[in-house]
Ligand binder design. Structure first.
Ligand SMILES: Cc1cc2nc3c(=O)[nH]c(=O)nc-3n(C[C@H](O)[C@H](O)[C@H](O)COP(=O)(O)O)c2cc1C
Length: 194
């Protein structure tokens, strides 16, 4: 028997993204964002509150990075989602993260997180129901330690965490249970008469 859960946000898993941008003073502003997703082959959409210090920094510098939080840096990633740079001037310095300026975009790359997208601000999409920061992903950086032999990121090595909006938990991701475009191939073949 299914129960009505009414007003919840029942998509799981949600990513744990660490967004970073330089503000007008050149200070690193950073925040945790779960409401973000790839929305085209080279685009990412982030649903950020307009008054966050990081959102303002993105609008000022027109660039940002998006890193994937891993299990090792869960506390740091959570901290940047609790404290605001609007209230704590040295928020980033206190985070335990350090950053290096991206070679491609005017934004900081967090040194400790293994995968980061370097983005230019493409558009601020604003409608009656939506406020989205859309970035063009110029490049993605990955630590060698998280790469598989084929040169692509190995999710098992990445050890990324996901956010659960039912219970506000963080979950480790990394157990492979199947191959996409393959797990359903027997059903697809039968349906297509092959
Ligand atoms: C798990 C988690 C997910 C979050 N997801 C978002 C999000 O998707 N969008 C958003 O605007 N704020 C989100 N937040 C809240 C911001 O990270 C938080 O308000 C932060 O302090 C903003 O920092 P800033 O003002 O220094 O930019 C999230 C926080 C946590 C802990």
């Amino acid at each position: 028997m299914k129960k009505d859960l009414t007003n919840v946000q029942p998509v799981f898993p949600m990513p744990v993204l660490v967004i970073a941008a330089y503000d007008a003073k050149g200070t690193v502003q950073t925040m945790n964002a779960a409401w973000g997703q790839i929305c085209d082959y080279d685009k990412i959409a982030l649903f950020l509150a307009e008054d966050h210090a990081t959102t303002k920094a993105i609008l000022e510098s027109r660039a940002f990075t998006v890193a994937l939080a891993d299990r090792t840096h869960m506390a740091e990633a959570d901290y940047v989602g609790i404290v605001s740079g609007n209230k704590v001037a040295d928020k980033f310095a206190r985070s335990g993260f350090t950053a290096t300026k991206s070679a491609r975009v005017n934004a900081p790359v967090i040194d400790q997180l293994p995968v980061a997208m370097e983005c230019e601000l493409a558009e601020v999409a604003q409608t009656k129901t939506l406020y989205a920061i859309v970035g063009t992903i110029v490049n993605t950086l990955a630590d060698e330690a998280v790469l598989a032999e084929n040169g692509k990121v190995d999710p098992a090595k990445l050890d990324a965490i996901a956010f659960d909006q039912f219970q506000n938990g963080y979950y480790a991701m990394g157990e492979k249970v199947g191959q996409a475009w393959n797990a359903g191939s027997a059903l697809a073949k039968a349906a297509l008469g092959k």
